[in-house]
Design a protein around this ligand. Structure first.
Ligand SMILES: *Cc1c(COP(=O)(O)O)cnc(C)c1O
Length: 401
């Protein structure tokens, strides 16, 4: 039978760096060094009575990989220890995490309040899908606490936000939104993708549920989709558990194995990528062809103080405007020789996106303007390349504007 590599009493006293390498791992009878990949859909029973007992005693052993799988459990446990949550469920993608976390909780007639600056697919779930099922969704300017207060006042089942937001880097005061949500009888769900579990701990700030796209920094090497929901045991028992078992948002064991390996280097990568992002932001701030830089780690960010209070660094993503029109912006993007044009983020490879024509192209121009997404805005995710090489690449491409 398998045994836990890091006993709970040791896990409780070690640092995140140690948890990321050893947390949650179990060793099989073969005493392997690397976490084992249990690429299996099912599990066998020695006798019919064992099968009967397994079904009678839910969770007592592995039954079927849609419910639980040993490699997926290792990933869930490692992330749970890092986040400081009571429970974690891995999901097939970040969107499976967002959808499952919300859908298992709401009923027709419920009210949901969310920050307007949302990842496109999150906006679809909140403003298209949930209303179809009789759930009322209200969107507010996430930076405006009085707007949150007014929107949750009639009672609220759930609030949802992303901080920093994509791509305009709005910072939401998680502790205050949690307080307002709880006072109105609801729970707060935070999409912590941009901040990563290294820089920001929404549960410690008062949030009830944290969701991740593990596709981003957790894999961080462009290989696999995945996601996770972290919350209390009570929420998993009463809301999430049954919904998850029967609707199948489950994480593939193979992807869980990749994500486990990704977690081992997460802190190293995020620290390095934050340093590079800050250097890029500082460089761009002094550049004549860049009228605006938005980075939560720069004192020029309108919510710099709040960002410092709830995040330990400014993050790995920098947004900035290129002087001129869309054509000038495209000339800059096309002139980059190291940084890839792509819509992912959190990757080892530096990636740049033009939100107005890609990730946010479905929005009406007025809605984009409201979110600060101009035709000149680009979003750069700093990778692991040498800082000097990236600065040279940006400088050369800016010369083409
Ligand atoms: C990418 C992303 C998601 C969705 O994650 P997938 O793994 O692509 O499904 C959700 N929220 C934010 C903030 C993201 O950046």
């Amino acid at each position: 039978m398998s045994k836990l590599v890091l006993p709970p009493e040791i896990a409780a006293e070690v640092s995140p760096a140690t948890l990321l390498v050893r947390g949650g791992a179990t060793r099989s009878a073969h005493e392997e060094t690397c976490e084992a990949l249990f690429l299996t859909s099912g599990f066998v029973y020695g006798t019919a009575a064992e099968a009967e007992a397994a079904f009678a005693n839910e969770g007592s052993r592995y039954v079927y990989s849609r419910y639980r799988n040993p490699t997926v459990t290792m990933f869930e446990e490692r992330l749970r220890l890092l986040e400081g949550a009571e429970a974690c469920r891995g999901t097939a993608s970040g969107m499976a995490a967002v959808f499952t976390a919300l859908a298992c909780k709401v009923r027709a007639g419920d009210r949901v309040v969310a920050s307007r600056a949302l990842f496109g697919s999150c906006a679809y779930i909140l403003t298209d899908l949930l209303p179809r099922w009789g759930v009322e969704t209200v969107l507010v300017d996430g930076r405006d606490l009085s707007a949150w207060e007014a929107a949750v006042a009639p009672g609220v089942k759930l609030t949802f936000c992303e901080s920093p937001s994509n791509p305009a880097m709005d910072i939401i005061d998680i502790a205050e939104v949690a307080r307002l949500t709880h006072r109105a009888g609801g729970i707060l769900v935070v999409d912590n993708v941009f901040a990563t579990p290294i820089l920001q701990k929404p549960l410690a700030l008062g949030a009830d549920i944290v969701v991740y796209s593990a596709t981003k920094h957790i894999d961080g090497q462009g290989r696999a989709l995945g996601g996770a929901i972290l919350a209390s045991e009570k929420y998993v028992k009463e809301d999430l558990g049954t919904f998850y078992r029967h609707t199948g948002p489950s994480l593939s064991p193979f992807n869980a194995w990749l994500l486990l390996k990704g977690l081992e280097t997460l802190e190293l990568r995020v620290e390095r990528q934050c340093r590079t992002a800050l250097a890029i932001a500082q460089f761009l701030e002094t550049h004549a062809k860049v009228p605006r830089v938005i980075y939560p780690g720069l004192p020029s960010h309108p919510q710099y103080e709040l960002a410092r209070r709830q995040m330990s660094a400014g993050g790995t993503v920098v947004a900035f405007d290129i002087a001129g029109d869309k054509a000038a912006c495209f000339r800059f993007l096309d002139a980059l020789r190291l940084v890839d044009i792509s819509n992912n983020l959190g990757d080892a490879k530096s990636i740049i996106t033009h939100p107005a024509t890609t990730t946010h192209s479905r929005l009406k121009p007025e809605a984009r303007a409201e979110l600060g997404i101009s035709d000149g805005l680009v979003r750069l995710s700093a990778g692991l390349e040498a800082e000097a090489d990236l600065l040279r690449d940006l400088d050369r491409a800016l010369a083409q504007v």
